[in-house]
Write a protein that binds this ligand. Structure first.
Ligand SMILES: [Zn+2]
Length: 432
């Protein structure tokens, strides 16, 4: 029963990565509730030792109390004892994410032996690696994404002393405290909490058919919740608030990988208040001027995306009318890529591209990103981004999504004029 409830929560790909679950009646190393070994990366081992998921623990009993508040005390004890159910389910879902990570690793330059899995599972992993361009390895890319936030003071460093304790407030940039342990645990924690939370919202005593406690069917196990989803669903801005950008981007990365379902992701972030979360919208740039979130211009027609050796170049074409005359306009964004991959995570624009013909040189030699608007014949309407943050949240075959927060720009008139929009101008982009 507990295994069935856990398996029901797994996304299709993660399920393929798990070929066995074994309960062992002795404590596991480091008092772990469950684990996956790199030697048997398709097998989840769950501790069924006394005090965790033993048959006795899972067979929760009603305790009779006497004296004052006896009924409330009995109810509280039952809710506390029931906690073994969500704990076991979450432990299995967490380890399943490790199996999925190993499976992806086995088809890249990683060290995991792919013989552990059936051909169908390996083929599914290859498709994921192809569509997300992760030949250089998932953990390497995950680490790079985390560092991009760390460099901008919007995330933290991995630290292997962090404990698996959901009552500890997560450090910045991580979904849970233990997520800050290592890239492997960051993936497993984020994926498992997202899969587990919708289940946990509904889970009650009556769902455990194997228990014969017929009363209090609506009683829910005492279990900590997670704050990241609460904060995200309360967000009402076009871009993601800085403190949540890393977590939001990692969640999206896991959706691209198939380690989190779209449904579970949406269940976490709520119903469509974040501007970036616009699935189904057209390809192109949208420009939001100021706090009123009004779209002031769009660059959607003549939309192009080019991959160059070390960068991805996105351009949207439009025209601007001045004194009854139309002038062609091009908005361009260039982002540095590694290992022939996709752009992903956070980029800082820290210098204006040279005031040359912008169609000649896309990216400065040392720059990670650049952006400019070129209005042919109207230099006072053309600009080059001088200080900006670029966030790329989705990056897989057929979908690139993100936002640019433009803080300082230089108007390309003669002489050039620096400008500081307040509040910053926001560009969102979707490439399909
Ligand atoms: Zn783990």
């Amino acid at each position: 029963m507990v295994v069935r409830l856990a398996l029901e929560r797994l996304p299709e790909f993660t399920c393929k990565a798990v070929e066995g679950i074994a309960f062992v009646a002795r404590p596991l190393p480091k008092a772990a509730k469950a684990l996956v070994n790199s030697t048997t990366p398709d097998l989840i081992i769950v501790s069924a030792a006394q005090g965790f998921a033993s048959e006795e623990d899972l067979d929760v009993k009603f305790t009779v109390f006497e004296g004052e508040n006896s009924e409330q005390r009995a109810k509280d004890k039952l809710a506390a004892d029931l906690r073994v159910w969500p704990e076991t389910i979450q432990a299995i879902v967490h380890e399943a994410a490790h199996c999925a990570t190993y499976l992806i690793d086995s088809v890249t330059e990683g060290t995991t032996q792919r013989q552990a899995w059936e051909a169908g599972a390996v083929a599914a992993a290859r498709e994921i690696v192809e569509s997300t361009r992760l030949k250089g390895g998932l953990l390497k890319e995950w680490n790079r994404v985390n560092e991009s936030f760390e460099d901008a003071d919007l995330g933290g460093e991995y630290d292997e002393t962090r404990l698996q304790d959901s009552s500890i407030e997560p450090p910045g940039g991580f979904f849970t405290n233990y997520g800050g342990h290592s890239p492997e645990e960051d993936i497993a924690e984020t994926a498992s909490w997202l899969a587990f939370l919708p289940f946990h919202k509904e889970f009650k005593l009556a769902d455990i058919e194997t228990l014969d406690i017929g009363f209090y069917p609506d009683l829910r196990p005492a279990y900590p919740s997670n704050t990241a989803c609460e904060q995200l669903s309360a967000t009402d801005t076009v871009t993601i608030p800085g403190g949540l950008a890393a977590v939001f981007t990692k969640m999206n990365f896991l959706v691209d990988l198939g380690l989190v379902t779209e449904d579970d992701f949406r269940s976490c972030i709520g119903t469509g208040k974040i501007g970036l979360q616009r699935a189904g919208s057209e390809t192109g740039f949208e420009v939001f001027g100021g706090a009123d979130r009004r779209i002031i211009n769009e660059y959607k027609t003549g939309f192009t995306m080019l991959r160059k050796e070390d960068s991805v170049w996105i351009a949207g074409k439009n025209s601007i009318t001045r004194e009854g005359k139309e002038y062609p306009a091009i908005l361009e964004l260039s982002l540095r890529i590694e290992d022939d991959g996709y752009p992903r995570g956070l980029y800082e624009i820290v210098a204006c591209k040279a005031f040359l013909n912008p169609t000649v040189e896309r990216l400065l030699p040392d720059a990670d990103a650049s952006m400019h608007l070129w209005v042919q014949g109207v230099p006072s309407n053309s600009f080059c981004a001088f200080t900006a943050l670029v966030l790329v949240t989705r990056a897989r075959r057929g979908l690139l999504e993100g936002a640019v927060v433009l803080q300082r720009l230089i108007k390309l008139s003669v002489p050039p004029v620096p400008e500081k929009p307040d509040p910053p101008v926001i560009y969102t982009f979707v490439v399909r």
